[in-house]
Design a binder for this molecule. Structure first.
Ligand SMILES: [Zn+2]
Length: 464
């Protein structure tokens, strides 16, 4: 898998994750992540990105956050848009070009033997044809040019599942939307921790995106930095997408389990009547908690993880009533809950310090940061999981680490124990329980059977 595909998958998964967890008011995070990602792809090339000569209006980067279940306006299946060839040899007439950063349409048309005039003709054939002004790196363009210089069909694919087909009709081009449905297959993976979660995932060839997603699902109940122990086990049931028998991408997690030091955590996907996706225990308790169990982005740490060494994270609860997470400089630090920033500045031996005030008399402090995240300042509202700064060793720190404090009504508390005493978060309403049980029952049954078949040790006490 090339790095771009890998990154795309990560962004997709992150987007799905955000949509799942923050169905309504957090959409903008997903949008900005996707936009940011697109920008990253485009920026290294020409400043203007792929553009058509003389085209002055730039259309904003399209970030589509499709509603689940929304119907495509028109759709084609594969048979409709692959030119039905008399002889198989004709298929070879398709020329495929993947748009790279810095490419422009004019150059691409030239490459396949077409002129600027041809491009102009396609672009001006209809209002819909203007979608060609919004092509971005990663898109695929397929040209069918049966006779030299005669563009018969042009396929613009945003992804293997989505795009447009231009078909010549006299001197114009008819534009049709291509929406294909992937075949969904389910995959089930089991892992056991002997060194780190990430090594365990790698051994079992579990996509990194799913490990990250699992860590996010359980982020309110397990501290994936301090809690995992050798012998911990986990399992993930997730969707994979195929098109014409070919793997095209990972889908969402349907159910997952983590057995941490004998405590069993199970999360199943549930879609409520509003179409919002969330993860719940089989009893209907939301996996999303008021606070994340740890403030570091575990996934990013893994990229620096050296399998020959022990886990890089150390922990001490010191006399000063904070938790110290040793981590490489630059590791992203996340707000553990929604709140308002009351300080983001240097403060004596704390070095660069962020303080966040949360509802209900809670306060969290994050010290020794190398720097603050862009746009984080006093008075700003932050969301749970939002990156607020980066690990460093400013102030009195002897080495790079995050000093994390958790206060309740001004009194220091050990976040590792106080969180267990907090009331549990939003769960399924009593009136919705029947709907919930009906929906998750078949999934849960399947998941249990798979777990049993893989001998995941479940003979331990359930952690309720
Ligand atoms: Zn400390």
């Amino acid at each position: 898998m090339d790095p771009k595909q890998f990154l795309t998958q990560i962004v997709q998964t992150f987007k799905q994750f955000v949509l799942k967890y923050y169905p309504k008011d957090h959409l903008y995070i997903a949008g900005s992540m996707a936009a940011l990602f697109l920008l990253l792809l485009i920026i290294p090339g020409e400043d203007k990105g792929p553009a058509v000569p003389n085209q002055t209006t730039r259309i904003p980067i399209p970030v589509t956050l499709d509603e689940p279940g929304s119907e495509p306006s028109s759709s084609l299946n594969l048979a409709d848009y692959v030119v039905t060839a008399e002889a198989p040899a004709e298929i070879n007439l398709w020329q495929n070009v993947e748009i790279k950063s810095g490419d422009n349409l004019s150059a691409i048309f030239t490459k396949v033997g077409l002129s600027d005039q041809d491009l102009f003709r396609v672009l001006n054939s209809s209002e819909e044809a203007k979608i060609l002004n919004r092509v971005y790196p990663g898109y695929q363009l397929d040209f069918l040019i049966p006779d030299e210089g005669e563009l018969e069909q042009l396929r613009v694919l945003k992804s293997p599942l989505e795009g447009y087909l231009f078909t010549r009709e006299n001197n114009d081009y008819l534009v049709q939307e291509i929406i294909k449905e992937a075949q969904i297959h389910q995959a089930f993976k089991v892992g056991e921790i002997s060194d780190s979660l990430f090594m365990a995932g790698q051994r079992e060839q579990i996509p990194a995106v799913h490990l990250m997603e699992m860590a996010n699902i359980f982020g309110g109940v397990i501290d994936f930095i301090l809690d995992p122990r050798m012998g911990d086990q986990f399992s993930i049931l997730y969707n994979e997408q195929f098109l014409d028998g070919q793997f095209i991408g990972n889908g969402e997690i349907l159910a997952t389990r983590f057995v941490n030091q004998g405590r069993v955590f199970t999360a199943v996907r549930y879609i409520n009547e509003e179409g919002e996706v969330g993860y719940y225990s089989p009893d209907g308790e939301s996996m999303r908690k008021a606070f994340l169990r740890n403030p570091l982005d575990v996934f990013r740490i893994s990229s620096n993880f050296n399998p020959r060494r022990r886990h890089p994270i150390l922990n001490t609860i010191r006399a000063h009533k904070g938790t110290d997470y040793a981590a490489p400089t630059g590791t992203p630090i996340r707000a553990t809950s929604d709140g308002r920033v009351t300080r983001a500045s240097r403060y004596g031996s704390f070095g660069n310090l962020v303080i966040i005030q949360h509802a209900g008399g809670f306060e969290t402090k994050y010290a020794h940061l190398s720097r603050f995240a862009n746009g984080i300042g006093r008075g700003d509202r932050v969301r749970q999981g939002e990156v607020i700064g980066y690990v460093g060793s400013t102030g009195g720190a002897t080495g790079p680490h995050l000093h994390y404090e958790f206060l309740v009504n001004g009194v220091h508390q050990n976040p590792r124990t106080i969180l267990d005493k907090l009331p549990t978060a939003v769960s399924i309403e009593a009136a919705e329980m029947d709907r919930f049980r009906d929906q998750i029952a078949p999934l849960l049954r399947q998941f249990e059977e798979l777990n049993d078949s893989r001998l995941l040790s479940l003979n331990q006490q359930s952690a309720d």
